[in-house]
Design a protein around this ligand. Sequence first.
Ligand code: ADP
Length: 596
Amino acid sequence: MVAGLAFWQLWLTWRLTEQDNNLAVQHRKERLEQAADLGMAQLSASLGTWDLILRGMDALPPPDVAQLPAGSTIILIGLGSRVSTWPARSLLFVPNAPSGVILPEHSFADSESLEFRDGNTEGALAALKPLLQVPATHAEALLRIARLERRLGKTAAANLAWRQLSDEHTVNPDGVPYALMAAGALCEIAPSTCPDLRDALRSGRWPLRRETFEYYWGGQELPPKDALDLAELVSELYEHWKQPGSALSGRRGSGDQPLVLWQATRSRIAALFVPAGWLNTALRLPGNALDILWRPADSATNPAVRRSLAEVGLQGRIEFYGGARGEDPSSKRALWLGIVALMLSIVPAGAYALYRGVNRELEVAQLQSDFVSAVSHEFRSPLTSLRGIAELLADGRLTDEGRKAQSYQFLARETGRLQRLVEDLLDFGRMESGKKQYRNELIDAFALVRKTITEFREEARQAGFDLELNLGAGKPSVIADPEALGRAFRNLLENAVKYSLEHRTIRVAGKVEGRSVAISVRDQGMGIEAGEQREVFRKFVRGSAAKRAGIKGTGIGLAMVKQIVDASGGEVSLESEPGVGSVFTITLPVTEGGRE
Ligand code: ADP
């Protein structure tokens, strides 16, 4: 059922996150739509502002020029007047180049008949000279003189005439400036002047017709593209304006192409030219949509939201994308599922912990009740025999002196044992509550072992045990409470006797190893099962072999040994095999300088 519930929970979470994702996708799309609408509205407003500026413009620069996008060029063409641009840019050619002068009729007839009919070049030259004085014919006369001089081989004179002509501002009857003709002729006879001609053409020094420009520019090198595009745009706008019935305002361009806006009246046409990239100025998204991006649309991608630039009278489309605000729905889902899985795993883990806790409590309760009955037994049986013997002695029923002495010895031994038991219990109580005060001092560990053995030997002998002592040389000094540590040794010795049934030899060994001393008590008794070897050091815990054999005990001895050894910074270890025997080893740190 738990598995079913868990599965249901997971499924529910999955469904919820799925729904959440769908909502997020929808929300994102709505944001994109909203941003696209706002962006397009802003674009329309920008274009509208620029239109207004153009509409109200009669001179350059317009007063509100700061509102125009950076890099833009304004073009103003008036009726019959020159084309002007702001910022000033050179125009390679113009649509309304000034028309040429009209020469007074027949003024050049004389010189022409001398030159062409009579072949009299000198005469023709002479006939031209007076015409230099007349302003209306001055430039044309100078041009013809230069040509004739050149034909006559008078290069210096011809050059001089062309140079004079270079300063002319008039335009010949075909619409070509005399100065340009002079520069062209000079370039022909002196090629070093050709770059000057190119520079003049590039800088738009004269308002030229397109054909004139192309003729003098020549075919070898292409004119600069920007300048050519601008000149072409200007011509196109002019043609459009001049066309009867054409629209008075318009827009042209797309997201990745330059933008052209124009506003015309009868007397002038004003236009704005913004190079590609103009959208960046015109389309700005509000501050809360900075995570949303846009780009001129190309058909390859499939974005969520697109807008046609036809909305604002232009070509192409814009797509809006992004706007995820750094949230990755799949990671969110993983997070949710993780949380649910964690919660689901906490339940069995909690149940297990509870089960363990309750079990342990029960175990402790059982151990405690075992302890109480063991303690009462430990007291009751010696007390019964003590009482019996005491009564015998008191009643004077024991007359044999030998048996009397034996009884007194028994009384002394058992009361001693009871006293030790009571002390052990009291001491253990103090240790448990942390109130035990250890009287630590520097002692010779081997001497303490020897003393304990001497005190215990008689008791062991009476129980039929041999004690073998094998201590290494030296007097390893340890810091410990001699009384407590002695009791710990004694406890190990008592256990060795208590839990050995057949083999009655107990070997005590001591040796110094590096910076510590190890004292071991080895018996050949019943041993302790591997699974219990750690547990027997816990209070009240008794081994199963001991309980099976009906050997009484309280289960606090080893716990006390461990406490005492821990208090001296040492440790107690156990090696044991059921049916073979046990070795308990106390290892204590040897105090610096105390080793010999
Ligand atoms: P007690 O001897 O009062 O039961 P201890 O704390 O001294 O308590 O010992 C705990 C248990 O460890 C004993 O009940 C016994 O099962 C086991 N034990 C201790 N010493 C030995 C030993 N030398 N040989 C076998 N078992 C031992």
